[in-house]
Design a protein around this ligand. Structure first.
Ligand SMILES: [Zn+2]
Ligand SMILES: [Zn+2]
Length: 251
């Protein structure tokens, strides 16, 4: 069975149809879900979902886009939200210089604060990185005790190796399946023991559903692509990547 290590189940299009979404996921061989927050309000929804469903786990954190709007007491709030055993990671946090919706300095400050929280709580992090390889790697290296995952990896092989050396997993999403993507070449050079799979739904729906609202079951298409790339049976891809998720998030 597969684990979708990064999904946003709290958006209306998914939340309002959750029972069917989860049923379809099961039919596609996906039975565990990490519901990832992008801000404090989302994190509350992650917590209520993870408390209500045995196979849904949650995270609490502030996305780089949301850093500028983080409430004053967000540190306390993350601590409080992480108090429940079903909350397995801090994130998503990180840097996004592609859109720069929050000022880069604010992004860096809020990223570091959350690295501190993860260190204190001894929890893995989920980080988002777009066009910020250098700064992300440098901040990660300031916290050698913290591990986690490079979610929706889209950088080059050298960056992947750097993140792996720093103790992080590389997570591939639907963009691994996109035509003309450089990512299959990157994924080929990475040992399966360092790889996770995710949908990042409702975004980034994989081929053959590109452009549609994505949902967790479709992590199967990411795993199938990985199976082609690594010439490894899908079942084995599922076992290895799910075991990686179990280990990282202590599921
Ligand atoms: Zn992200
Ligand atoms: Zn996300």
């Amino acid at each position: 069975m597969l684990t979708d290590t990064h999904c946003h189940l709290f958006y209306d299009e998914i939340k309002n149809d959750l029972a069917n979404v989860l049923k379809r996921a099961l039919e596609l061989g996906v039975d565990r879900f990490i519901c990832v927050a992008t801000n404090i309000e989302d994190a509350k929804e992650c917590l209520s979902l993870s408390k209500a469903h045995e196979n849904i786990y949650g995270s609490a954190g502030v996305h780089p886009h949301d850093s500028k709007d983080a409430p004053e007491d967000y540190i306390d709030q993350i601590h409080r939200l992480m108090d429940d055993d079903s909350m397995v990671a801090v994130g998503e946090m990180g840097l996004d210089y592609f859109r720069n919706i929050s000022d880069p300095q604010i992004q860096k400050d809020v990223f570091r604060v959350q690295m501190e929280i993860a260190k204190e709580l001894n929890k893995p992090i989920i980080f988002h990185n777009r066009d910020a390889d250098e700064d992300v790697a440098s901040i990660l290296s300031e916290y050698p005790d913290v591990t986690g995952v490079a979610h929706c990896f889209s950088s080059d092989l050298e960056t992947a190796k750097r993140f792996i050396e720093l103790g992080y997993y590389i997570s591939f999403s639907g963009n691994l399946t996109f035509k003309n993507s450089h990512l299959p070449e990157v994924a080929k050079q990475i040992s399966l023991e360092h790889i996770l799979v995710e949908t990042d739904c409702p975004y980034l729906s994989p081929v053959p559903h590109r452009g549609k609202t994505n949902e967790p079951g479709r992590v199967r298409f990411v795993a199938e692509k990985l199976s082609d790339i690594h010439r490894t049976p899908l079942e084995k891809i599922a076992t290895i990547t799910s075991n990686n998720a179990t280990e990282l998030f202590r599921l």
